[in-house]
Structure formats: structure tokens, C-alpha cells
Ligand binder design. Sequence first.
Ligand code: ADP
Ligand code: F6P
Length: 321
Amino acid sequence: MSVKSIAVLTSGGDSQGMNAAVRAVVRSAIVHNLEVYGIQRGYQGLLNDDIRKMDLRSVGDIIQRGGTILQTARCLEFQTEEGQKRGAENLRKRGIDSLVVIGGDGSYQGAYKLSKLGIRTMGLPGTIDNDIAYTDFTIGFDTAVSIVVDAVNKLRDTMTSHERSSVVEVMGRHCGDIALYSGLACGAETILVPEVPYELDEVAHRMKENFDNGKRHSIIIAAEGVGKCDDIAAYIHKVNGIEPRVTVLGHIQRGGTPTHNDRILASRLGDFAVRRLLAGDSGKACGVIRGELVATDFEKVVGTKKEFDIELYNLALRLSQ
Ligand code: ADP
Ligand code: F6P
């Protein structure tokens, strides 16, 4: 059976570049003479039948925008078998045979279930966390890291003036990649991630030693997955007498204009997903590994922990004397 009609939705936490991905899916589908539909608010919109036809102009002027024009939601009802069946039915009754889901691991689980119900599905990794296996990078990660780097540059100015320490909490849920990449790029003294055990006493002693040896500031980047930064700062203060200031960057990391890397990644992946569907693929997550576009079975991807780049972590540590 050939593909006639594709729908696209964004789901889970939004990320910069989701719009570029929606644009790529819509335009690539139209180029291939397919009908294309946008589903509003992720799986919630699928259940509410909040589905509209898209044309070339529906995705004009969005490649540079953060957020998602399709909006996103977290939908508990879709986690039930009944919800998934209703979702598949809502697509079928409009003659939609294929679906591109842009989101994280949870969204992929939903897409996997729909593929088992006979809807042809492809997933695109849309999350700032970079926590999806079988892709080197997710859409939004590059932008989130640049936002952290920009913020830490600013913090550095005031820290150096006052010879202070800062603990900066970054997002990533259970994944330390935002902390790792931004930490390396900022020259952070310490990077705390859930993937690598650490001793706070050691961190505190090293900080004191570095200040004694002429360092004029100290930056600790902590992934949210390691715990509360206020507690980390309080502990360090107790051990070495230095009182770090705490900055929680929060949702600022998820907004703003996507970097060119995220726009290009999103454009390549969106077009690839459509081409894979046309070639008869389904039930797969699209990604990029060492620059090559790949499509991997959802079965392998969902619930799989992405490998942490320990070499990059060790490099950051070596350079942060
Ligand atoms: P992300 O996709 O960023 O990981 P969530 O984990 O919140 O974000 O998942 C997004 C949505 O995907 C959920 O609100 C739900 O509708 C759907 N989803 C998550 N897990 C499942 C599951 N096991 N089965 C079906 N749908 C799921
Ligand atoms: O998955 C993206 C993410 O921003 C995580 O980094 C963070 O833990 C979570 O979403 C925050 O979720 P919410 O937007 O519901 O506060």
C-alpha cells in the first residue's frame, strides 16, 4: 500500500528546531505530492481530533522560531490502550495512513504503539536533553547548550570581579549531556552529571586549592539529575568556607531562536522521515550518527539509555585545572 497522506505532531517538552522539523516534513511531503496534516497539541490533539490540513504557506516564517507552531502537550489518556486505538481510528477516518512524531522517548513510545496498530510512523528526536539512543544529537540540544554557554559567559564577568564561585543548574532530566557539553565549552572547573559518581568533599577541596593558587572564579555546572543545587552549594560552603551563588537556568534553555546546527539537523531529519515512509519504512526513529542519517526500529530505541561520552568528560576534567 503506498503512502497517500501524512500527519505530523510535536509532543513532550518542546525544543528549538521543532518548527524547522515540522516545516521539513510538510514541505517534503508536498514535494512528493502527498497530503499533509498538522495535529495540534501532540497526542492530546490526536484524541480530540484537532487536525488540520497544511500547505506550503502553513509553515512559512517558522524556521527561525523556537517553540512549536503545532504546540505540544503531555497526554495521560494516550498511554492507555483505548486511547491509542482511538488515536489510530481518528487518523484512519481522515484517510491518514502515516504519522511523523517529533518528541522524546515518551513520545516515541506512543508512536511505537501506533505503528503496532497499523499506522506507519516515524519518530524525530525533538528534545533539548540529547537523551535519545541511536542518534548522536537531538533537535534542540545545540541551541540549549549555546544558551547555557552564553549565560555562563555573563556569570563569569561578575564572578571574576568578586572572586566568587557559581553553581549553575542545567536541564537534561536523567541525562548529563547539556552539563557535559556546556561545561566543556565554558571551561567549567567541575561538571556534575548523573552518569558519573562524584565526591562533593573533593569538589570543595579542589575549589579552595584553585582559589589559593590564584584562580579568580570557579564554575560548577550541575545537571538537574544530580540533585538540588542549593544543597550542593550549602555543602561546599560547609566544607571549604566559600559560599557559591546558585543559578538555575530552567526553561530559558528551551526557548529562543534555534542555532543553524539545529535547523539543519531538523531539516535533514524531517525530509528523511518522509522519504523513509515513501520507501515503505515504519516503526522507526530517525537520527544522525557520525553525520549519516539512520532509521532504527523503535523497539531498539525506546527505553534505551544513550551512552555517555566519558572521554569528553575526562577531557573536560583534564583541562579544568
Ligand atoms: P518526551 O517525549 O519528551 O519524553 P513525555 O515522556 O512527557 O515526553 O511523553 C510525551 C507523551 O508521549 C506523553 O504525554 C504521552 O502522551 C505519550 N507517552 C509517553 N509514554 C507513553 C507510553 N508508554 N505509551 C504511549 N504513549 C506514551
Ligand atoms: O525533557 C525536556 C525537559 O526540559 C527536561 O530537561 C526537564 O527535566 C523537563 O523537560 C521539564 O519539564 P516541564 O517542562 O514539564 O517543566
